[in-house]
Design a protein around this ligand. Structure first.
Ligand code: TGC
Ligand code: FAD
Length: 397
């Protein structure tokens, strides 16, 4: 990266944060600057997830950060948001790995698991000794996970799982997969079988993971397909309090919230790079391109939208801490902030001219990553329809 990150705070946003919140932001920023920034462009070129950072992130309390006990940090939601912001300022892939471990694996174990499941998995996942993945999406069911075909059949003291999951972050490096499946019920039509969650250790016979290659986005993150052919797990691996589609959707709320902050981090990286570049790049009368009105318009757009996005994410975080955040609020923050970040990446790329397409600068990497972020955890369209449903009372899916 050509420039050292200067930080972005146009309207004294920091004055809205507590000392502890600022400290989480500062410590995470230092970690990303020291450990991720020096290696991320090469990881991106190589299509390599920097797994060597997993244990250090565990030591810093990044995994399951909002959970209490079981070795977790017990952060509030704003602290967690600032953590994901700083991670994604580095790379969406590193934020993804933390989101999945925290919001999509540790959270459902914490929320729907038995005491045995919690005490076994959560401390190991908090340190990064064990990694998890979350299998909801299937090849034929993305935006509409309720249609899933993966099924679980009770056989004595076990469940036997069959099905395919697709686009699963950390799939081939996970020790355990949270698999959402329909539980077969004799006499009930298959579409009406209840969706429940299972902890499936990835070394069980019949379970396999294959990585997705040829990605132009999230190259520093592992994305896999999962296949389950008569995978038998003890009945004790069922998440006992999981109960229908609502359960995985509750996990998605946690992850979508983290993304709403993470996207701000990616936008900050692009804005900060573009600003520093515009002030030193000279064209025409040997003047910096930052002196031109059209360049200033782009920078002004970016800092305005980043500032609005910060306030939106902060309000959702404060609501969440008070137990008042609805999933429609989280949808608005995810949708708006990812759109804003993608637009910032495009404008920043433009300001850097030809240099904008080079990985000497982080912009194109963020732009490509954000295309995935726009799609996963509910596409931009799906969040539009969730908000539309909320304000009209009419479902338009
Ligand atoms: P619908 O009938 O609307 O809802 C079923 C029940 O769930 C309730 N509900 C929610 N509850 C909690 N949180 C939410 N966000 C909820 N959304 C809905 C709902 O009230 C209902 O409850 P009840 O009591 O009446 O039964 O279900 P639907 O089948 O019509 O679908 C709704 C829809 C489209 C909004 C949902 O399926 C959806 O969000 N689709 C998008 C799928 C998605 O986001 N997949 C993400 C996969 S994981 C991933 O991408 C990880 S990327 C990670 C990374 O690398 O960072
Ligand atoms: P589709 O649902 O086929 O949608 C295609 C297009 O149609 C979109 O533009 C969509 O908005 C539009 N569309 C669909 N339905 C409607 C409608 N009713 N109205 C209007 N427009 C509509 N999933 C997991 O379970 N676990 C993971 O860890 C995970 N990680 C991922 C990592 C990456 C890098 C990516 C790219 C995806 C990941 N996903 C994961 C999957 C992700 O959640 C899905 O890709 C996403 O939910 C969209 O599903 P889809 O790709 O099948 O698109």
């Amino acid at each position: 990266m050509a420039f050292r990150f200067q930080g972005v705070d146009f309207m004294d946003f920091d004055s809205l944060l507590s000392e502890d919140e600022v400290m989480v932001r500062t410590n995470t920023r230092a970690f990303i600057e020291d450990k991720l920034i020096p290696i991320i462009e090469q990881c991106n070129r190589d299509g390599r997830f920097p797994r060597e950072l997993v244990r250090p992130m565990g030591e810093l309390g990044f995994f399951g950060a909002t959970l209490d006990a079981y070795g977790c940090a017990g952060m509030n939601n704003v602290e967690y948001g600032l953590l994901t912001q700083e991670l994604e300022r580095g790379d969406s892939g590193i934020r993804s790995s933390v989101s999945v471990q925290s919001a999509l694996v540790m959270y459902p174990i914490y929320e729907f698991g038995s005491e045995e499941q919690k005490s076994f998995w959560l401390p190991k996942m908090a340190t990064g000794e064990k990694l998890g993945c979350f299998g909801l999406t299937e090849p034929d069911f993305g935006s509409n996970p309720g249609g899933m075909r993966t099924r679980a059949r009770k056989e004595g003291d076990a469940y036997v799982l069959n099905g395919e999951k697709m686009w699963i972050t950390s799939g081939s490096i996970a020790d355990v997969a949270v698999i959402w499946a329909k539980v077969e019920e004799p006499g009930v039509a298959a579409p009406d079988w209840k969706i429940r969650g299972f902890l499936v250790e990835t070394d069980r016979p019949g379970f396999s993971a294959h990585d997705v290659h040829g990605k132009w986005s999230l190259r520093a993150s592992v994305t896999s397909g999962l296949s389950m052919q008569d995978v038998s797990v003890p009945a004790a691996n069922l998440l006992p309090k999981s109960d229908g589609l609502k359960s995985p959707l509750m996990c998605l709320n946690q992850a979508r919230y983290g993304i709403s902050w993470g996207a701000i981090g990616a936008a900050m990286a692009c804005y900060d790079t573009a600003l520093q570049y515009a002030k030193q790049r000279k064209q025409f009368r040997n003047e910096a391109i930052a002196s031109h009105q059209l360049v200033q318009e782009k920078l002004t757009w970016m800092i305005s939208e980043i500032t609005k996005a910060q306030l939106l994410a902060l309000q959702v975080g404060r609501l969440k801490d008070r137990g008042k955040a609805g999933f429609q609020h989280i949808s608005m923050a995810k949708k708006n902030n990812v759109w804003m970040a993608l637009e910032c990446a495009r404008k920043a790329r433009d300001i850097l001219g030809a240099n904008g397409i080079s990985d000497d600068y982080p912009i194109m990497r963020h732009m490509m990553n954000l295309e995935s972020v726009k799609t996963y955890e509910g596409t931009d369209d799906i969040h539009t329809l969730i908000i539309g449903h909320s304000i009209t009372g009419i479902s338009a899916f």
